[in-house]
Design a protein around this ligand. Sequence first.
Ligand code: DOR
Length: 441
Amino acid sequence: MPEPSASQTLIIRGGRVIDATGERAADVMIADGRIIEVGERLAVPEGGADCELDAGGCIVAPGLVDLHVHLREPGDEEAETIETGARAAALGGFTAVVAMPNTTPPLDDAAVVESVFARGATSVCDVVSSGCITKGRDGRELAPMGELHRLGVRIFTDDGVCVAESGVMRRALEYARSLPGAVLAQHAEDPSLAAGGHMHEGAWSSRLGIPGRPGAAESTIIARDIVLAELTGAPVHFLHVSTASSVDLVRDAKARGIAVTAEVAPHHFTLTDACCAGFDPLFKVHPPLRTDADIAAIKRGLADGTIDAIATDHAPHTPEAKERTFEEAPPGMLGLETALALTLSELVEPGVVSLIEALALLSWRPAAIAGLGARGHGGPIAAGAPANLCVIDPGLAWEVDAGRLASRSRNTAFAGRKLTGRVRHTVLRGEPVVIDGEARR
Ligand code: DOR
């Protein structure tokens, strides 16, 4: 675990502290990177505090944890770097993110993975590396998973593409069983069903004349991997679940005691395939935006615990890349700076999930899936714990301005959207890395 880094004494004053154990009004005192006391109206310690952060009217929560971000380093630094992505993450309330492996070169090799961990350790957010399931993410030969696991990798994935061969997935699961805490995370899209498609296959794709990617491309792989998880006893995590039948399959598998978990991305519970009507590549994403019925099913899955986590699939692309035609542009959209507000505005405000449930989906459940509790993420907020926290102003109304995002890219699908709820402060290992909505470095 990276050692707490900040030596300063910090008091977070007057907030509502919410973690997996419940909710209470309390101040939080931090010293040398750790929480030293949680209680009402804490006295300033002898010698004074270096910094007091006002949390009046705010929620003090464990830092958010994102299982799914593309930080483009190494290889595509013009779209994002670990530094700029970490800053966007900190502004979004995240204290830990898992970097996806579809970089150039991919994260299938110890030296590359080590360099991501090294850069992540000095960032304003704890960036941990995922590792590929197969060498070169080409779905054939297993990557050196044991070696990557020794470096700290817990999430193995070929994300961006699916591990399509059943035999390869089975071997990877059997191998993962011997690696404590390892989880295989599947990008569930059968390439032979999704081939040539650029948006959801349905009424809108027919109307627009854009070739589609059927929902079945996702659910067939999820059904298969549930069978393989049962066969091998190894856990499978499903990335960016987007269809009603996928949610049903995961619910049924969990009821049967199979070790599966699932995440959804905010764009999959807020936007539909109708957004593609203007042929704007900002709305092109894999898996694609689906239908109102899929959104309704995802919300039911979030409400009943079928879905374990909200993960952004933050996928920066340069303006040049996203200015191509819909069919030529790469898939993906930004997510780190809008995820919390979309969750509060679209799920908590209408009563789909409670506030504590939303924080579970954004913090302690994903932390548990990725083994990030061992690195001090996901709470609880208690004396002795590493001080990885975010302070959220739940009532702050704001409008997404693409030009003001900290990401190096601009491809948000939410520009101009009015949202409620924003991160006020983020504290990483005792260091206030965001104060009053501004990144400190
Ligand atoms: O839309 C997506 N973009 N889906 C993925 O799986 C990959 C990602 C990217 O890397 O841009």
